[in-house]
Ligand binder design. Structure first.
Ligand code: SF4
Length: 917
């Protein structure tokens, strides 16, 4: 049986005499759904209690029930595994680093992967490995993959021919092995296999599987007969994951159970000179994977999960780490010195002042909570049924495979039909494509290329509206289900940014961030924007800032235009500018504004999927001639990328005079640091009365003052601490006077006002071909409240949806184009309900998707029919409501249940305002 519970008390290890001799045991007390029990952990499993803490989750597989002096209990058996905190998914590569030295795992996490030649070469060789397994031509694969890494190689000043030769030498080991007869036609192969283990709390991507056995590639040399121990551990991790994944066994002709052999391929061995090197020069080294090794893997994984439970920091003493041979020694000593941590390698440098140290610790904890929240999302992959996940918008299920094709770029294009259901999955996302079972079946990481065309209205009413899904993967899979793939990449990026800011950052910057200094400004007399004093002042401040400036841009105030003007002015002064934002959309909008102002000397960094079509010509492809690509990036006066890309190993090599960050109020502090770390000065642009940063672990964090509050952006903090560094753009060019009135009064102290009389007086009848009189009288006002009794379903309201559909028809009949109309709903379920009810061409989405855009006509669905619905805030918080109410230019129609909304003071004042002109 499998035992699962929460640790009440860990207990201690002791040694007892048994009929098999002396044995260690420990007896933690755990609480399960059936009560509290003592669990006897025998042998090596007894070591678990050395790091076990109350409150941790503990799982014992194949446990046996025991009885001792009338007390029921449980004990491990020979088949048991003991798993600590199984919900924390440990990466296979992290298990490997931990085995080398636990502190190395911590350092890797903190300082990220740097741009260096061994890392880039390793990636190229791995790609070539996959290509050769898929039958690619040897030379063509090398040429292609070296070209693909052009930008990174260029930044490292590497000669492509020398790299090709280097890769060729490594790839010979692979090619030689493949053609040596080690394999034959019956061998079954897979490259790059994604594995997630619910049972053991491990995830990873195996380099390759051969007959269901793991094969790992190492670009180093190894002249011993045996693979290196950490390498064995890595392969053993995959064996453990494969044991759990029954589907692989069938497909790859294994007989079930854990694979008993692993192979390590040391590619550099082929390049060694036999006259100079002694030992075993064969690249492929096999080893047997016994039960003891698998148990060791689980115990190691448990140590990591336990360390992450209380965010403790490893010292290196936990293992037999040999610091004198360690590549990380310098980093290790510096980090130890700066953070005053104990380390086996010792410390160098002075410790951070107390205040910085406290900031580091609080922010570190907050980021790790975010990581855990991402892991909880992973756990939902197996905790929820397929239907529950679909209902929760986390999966598209019941897909019908509709073909697969191997593309020229070596990736598989998979197609499937689906019923048009909504989910959180969007085009461009990385999702988990599977044969229906992402955990125990066959799953591949997929890029969502297309989520189908809009269904025709006639099909919508029946609920049957087949659409095509197109995804791309490294390997084909029967595409029957697509799941949101939760990623802890953003947590990793934030941690690296925190490290760079605190441990490597300039002292002046830190004084500013920690309130020990105030920002300074030069005097600038030039006029940049003649007809808008606040915009002009904002550009002046951006240029005059010796440290930082803040531009507060409420809805429709020409923030993007101002950003573009400021960038031009900075470039005219010879400054190199990093333009960044939370979303790709904002980055591309700012570039479009630059281009409209006649400036196109910029480089866009981003993926092909992330960058908008019109900005593709400016996108820096990473493929091509190394020297040319590196020069293009290094010499560009303006480089634009999202803040998450600012943490990439390419961007971390870049430096700028000024970083200008849009949507800064939507970014957590460490996410903002990722961009501003790259520059001497910075300008943050945002509006803290619109969407706040998205924080998954918000509820728990707010209770604990040892954890930073990531939901408060750096923009908001600095605007509170240094109001003089900020300029608010006060004149808005979007909304009619009456539409903007509520927002101006409630959120902007009445300062927001229309830029011109025309903006203030605009009406729906001003649109070409439209007569305001053609609208029913009720809809002629700029702001209208429509009382709708609604139904009592949670998160959806069919009645409201039907009413909205009717109202949309009235606008269309009056001549408004569907493309000029938008509908905002607080929940995705209501977005789906409204989408089904209304005609094509009308944009229907959540507030988050509408931020940054506007429509002539906006209808808002509140989905609150009883006062109880208001207990969970409808639009999350007032800032979402502000966004919803400020998207319309000429006509805003609010549809909701008056009696329910009037219970809450804020919504009551919204209803009041919308009802009484
Ligand atoms: S220097 Fe020593 S303690 Fe530090 S990471 Fe390397 S082996 Fe571990």
């Amino acid at each position: 049986m499998q035992l699962r519970g929460t640790v009440v008390s860990p207990g201690e290890t002791r040694t007892v005499s048994t009929r098999h001799g002396e044995r260690d045991l420990a007896e933690p007390l755990i609480r399960t759904a059936d009560g509290e029990f003592s669990v006897t952990l025998w042998g090596k499993w007894a070591e678990t209690v050395e790091y076990l803490q109350s409150g941790m989750e503990l799982v014992v597989t194949d446990a046996e029930e025991t009885e001792w002096q009338g007390e029921r209990g449980f004990a491990t058996t020979r088949e048991s595994y003991v798993i600590v905190e199984p919900g924390f998914l440990v990466n296979v590569t992290d298990v490997r680093s931990w085995v080398q030295c636990p502190r190395m795992y911590y350092l890797n996490k903190l300082s990220g992967v740097p741009l260096n030649y061994p890392v880039v070469k390793g990636t190229i060789v791995h790609e070539v490995f996959g290509d050769l397994l898929r039958g690619a031509d040897f030379e063509a694969a090398i040429d292609d993959r070296v070209e693909e890494a052009g930008l990174e190689l260029g930044l490292l000043d590497r000669d492509p021919e020398a790299v090709r030769e280097d890769v060729r030498q490594n790839a010979r080991a692979i090619d030689g092995w493949l053609s040596q007869g080690t394999l034959n036609a019956e061998d079954s192969w897979r490259s790059e296999y994604t594995l997630i283990s619910e049972r053991f709390g491990i995830k990873g991507r195996a380099d390759a599987l051969r007959r269901g056995m793991p094969v790992e590639l190492k670009t180093g040399k190894n002249t011993n007969r045996e693979p290196r121990f950490p390498d064995k551990i890595q392969a053993a991790c995959y064996a453990l994951l494969l044991e759990e994944q029954g589907g692989v066994s069938d497909e790859l002709e294994t007989d079930g159970g854990a694979p008993d052999t692993g192979t390590l391929l040391y590619t550099k061995n082929t390049a060694l000179d036999r006259t100079e090197e002694a030992g075993d020069l064969s690249p492929a080294k096999e080893f047997s994977i016994g039960r003891g090794l698998l148990e060791f893997v689980v115990r190691t994984r448990n140590e990591i999960a336990a360390m992450e439970f209380d965010s403790g920091v490893p010292t290196g003493y936990e293992s037999n780490a040999k610091c004198e041979y360690c590549f990380e020694r310098d980093t290790c000593m510096v980090v130890s010195g700066r953070l005053d941590q104990e380390s086996k390698a010792g410390q160098i440098g002075s410790a951070l002042p107390e205040r910085e140290r406290e900031y580091f610790d609080r922010t570190y904890r907050a980021i790790e909570r975010e990581r855990r929240a991402a892991h909880r999302e992973y756990a939902k992959l197996w905790e929820q049924s397929a239907r529950e996940r679909a209902e929760d918008d986390r999966a598209l299920i019941g897909l019908e495979p509709a073909g697969e094709e191997l593309r020229e770029d070596g990736r598989w294009e998979l197609r499937a039909r689906y019923d048009g259901a909504v989910s959180k999955i969007r085009e461009g996302d990385v999702a988990l494509a599977s044969d229906g079972d992402p955990i125990n079946g066959h799953a591949e990481l997929a890029r969502v290329e297309r989520l189908g065309a809009e269904p025709r209205s006639a099909e919508k009413s029946s609920g049957q509206s087949p659409r095509d899904i197109v995804v791309s993967t490294d390997e084909p899979v029967a595409l029957k289900r697509l799941d949101v793939y939760p990623s802890d990449m953003s947590a990793s990026g934030m941690l690296t940014a925190l490290h760079d800011a605190l441990l490597k950052g300039e002292q002046r910057r830190k004084e500013l961030l920690f309130g020990d200094a105030s920002p300074e400004f030069e005097t600038v007399d030039e006029e940049f924007i003649p007809n808008n004093a606040a915009q002009n002042e904002a550009v002046s401040r951006a240029i005059a800032a010796e440290d930082f400036a803040l531009i507060h841009g409420p809805p429709g105030t020409g923030k993007t235009y101002t950003i573009a003007r400021a960038i031009r002015a900075l470039v005219e002064r010879g400054e190199r500018v990093l333009l960044s934002a939370f979303t790709n959309r904002a980055v591309d909008n700012a570039l479009e504004a630059l281009s409209d102002q006649g400036f196109t000397d910029f480089v866009r960094v981003g993926t092909e999927h992330g960058v908008r079509e019109d900005m593709q010509p400016y996108r820096l492809d990473s493929r091509g001639d190394p020297e040319e690509l590196a020069r293009t990036l290094r010499e560009a006066p303006v480089v634009a990328s999202t803040t998450s890309s600012c943490g990439s190993r390419v961007m971390r090599e870049q430096s700028f005079d000024v970083a200008l960050v849009d949507e800064a109020s939507q970014l957590t502090e460490p996410a903002t640091l990722a961009a501003i770390n790259r520059a001497k000065r910075f300008v943050l642009v945002g509006d803290h009365h619109q969407l706040p940063p998205v924080v998954q672990s918000e509820d728990e964090a707010s209770e604990d003052d040892t954890v930073a509050d990531l939901s408060r952006s750096l923009f908001e903090r600095l605007i509170d601490e240094h109001p003089d560094a900020g300029v608010m753009l006060e004149r808005q060019y979007r909304m009619a006077q009456r539409i903007q009135a509520f927002s101006s009064r409630e959120f902007y102290d009445g300062k927001l006002r229309p830029a011109t009389g025309t903006v203030a007086a605009q009406r729906i009848g001003d649109l070409e071909g439209i007569s305001g009189d053609a609208l029913p009288e009720k809809l002629r006002d700029s702001v209208v409240f429509v009382d709708c009794a609604g139904d009592d379903a949670a998160h959806t309201d069919g009645e409201e949806a039907a009413r909205i559909a009717e109202l949309v028809e009235r606008f269309v009949e009056a001549g408004v184009a569907p493309g000029d109309i938008g509908v905002i709903a607080p929940f995705r379920a209501q977005v789906a309900t409204v989408s089904r009810a209304i005609r094509d061409g009308v944009a229907v989405d959540t507030v988050d998707r509408f931020q940054g855009s506007s429509k002539e006509v906006i209808l808002v669905s509140f989905v609150a029919t009883t006062p109880a619905d208001l207990e969970g805030p409808i639009f999350d918080d007032y800032r979402r409501l502000n966004v919803a109410l400020t998207r319309a230019k000429k006509s805003l129609v609010l549809v909701g249940t008056r009696a329910a909304l009037e219970v809450d003071p804020l919504y009551a004042s919204v209803v009041d305002w919308a009802t009484d002109p």
